[in-house]
Design a binder for this molecule. Structure first.
Ligand code: SF4
Length: 252
């Protein structure tokens, strides 16, 4: 079964494989997934609002509403979470006030949960935008998607909006420090598991120099019919290749 969309601004805390006890923040409407990508493996199903512009949509919360909801959640929890994480129903950086919201969230965090770290799970689509990079740079942890090595594979696997180029995204990622790259590997006709893609993807990683590469395969439901989970041994081989390129990698 595909994952249900988050109902409000705050969700969880959830026990995240990467971050531990993490309180989620959803900056997108609760009725439709909004994303600049339409990944073949998306756990929420196909993208309903496919857009890369940062124009405000009905259902996107104000800066004040996010601060208020977070205060309420932190006051109710028995203990502060390890992380407050921007994620939710699509791509969080599509919110036009993302930068101001990061400031608000960090201000509330400083008051009510000073030891809690802040993080974002992002698809990297808007990392070409300076204000998005500025906002991401304020976070303790930035987990950024990079699944493909070529524009051709990117178009097929992540199905980005027109005008998004893997080369620009790679360049944007090189301008952020201390990023983790997250990659979902899958086989099948529409999968990204092939030697050519792998080689080109590793070349991009060498330019980005992430502090860490997180490798995943499919473990939830997905909308495409022609993809399949990558075998564990294959992920092991990819991890080894990333390490041979001088980077750290882990399989989740
Ligand atoms: S970037 Fe994330 S939310 Fe958007 S389609 Fe891909 S997996 Fe789904």
């Amino acid at each position: 079964m595909l994952l249900k969309l988050k109902k409000g601004i705050i969700y969880g805390p959830v026990n995240s494989r990467r971050l531990g006890w993490s309180l989620g923040i959803n900056l997108l409407p609760s009725s439709k997934k909004v994303c600049a990508f339409n990944c073949v493996y998306c756990q929420y199903g196909w993208t309903k609002i496919h857009k890369a512009s940062r124009r405000k949509l009905w259902g996107m919360p104000s800066v004040k509403a996010v601060g208020k909801a977070l205060k309420k959640a932190l006051r109710t929890l028995p203990a502060p979470p390890a992380y407050i994480t921007f994620s939710g129903n699509g791509e969080p950086t599509l919110h036009p006030d993302f930068n101001a919201i990061v400031d608000e969230v960090q201000s509330v965090r400083n008051q009510l949960a000073p030891r809690t770290k802040t993080a974002a799970l992002s698809n990297s689509a808007l990392v070409t935008d300076e204000s998005v990079r500025e906002a991401l740079a304020k976070l303790d942890v930035k987990i950024m998607k990079l699944d493909c090595g070529s524009q051709e594979m990117f178009r097929k696997y992540n199905q980005p909006c027109d005008g998004l180029y893997l080369e620009d995204i790679t360049e944007g990622l090189t301008q952020l420090s201390n990023v983790s790259v997250q990659t979902i590997v899958s086989g099948g006709e529409s999968g990204n598991l092939n030697q050519r893609n792998l080689k080109e993807w590793i070349e991009r990683l060498k330019r980005i120099k992430p502090s860490f590469v997180q490798l995943y395969t499919l473990d939830r439901d997905y909308p495409a019919k022609d993809i399949s989970s990558a075998p564990r041994e294959e992920l092991g081989r990819i991890k080894k290749k990333v390490q041979e390129a001088g980077l750290s990698a882990e399989i989740y």
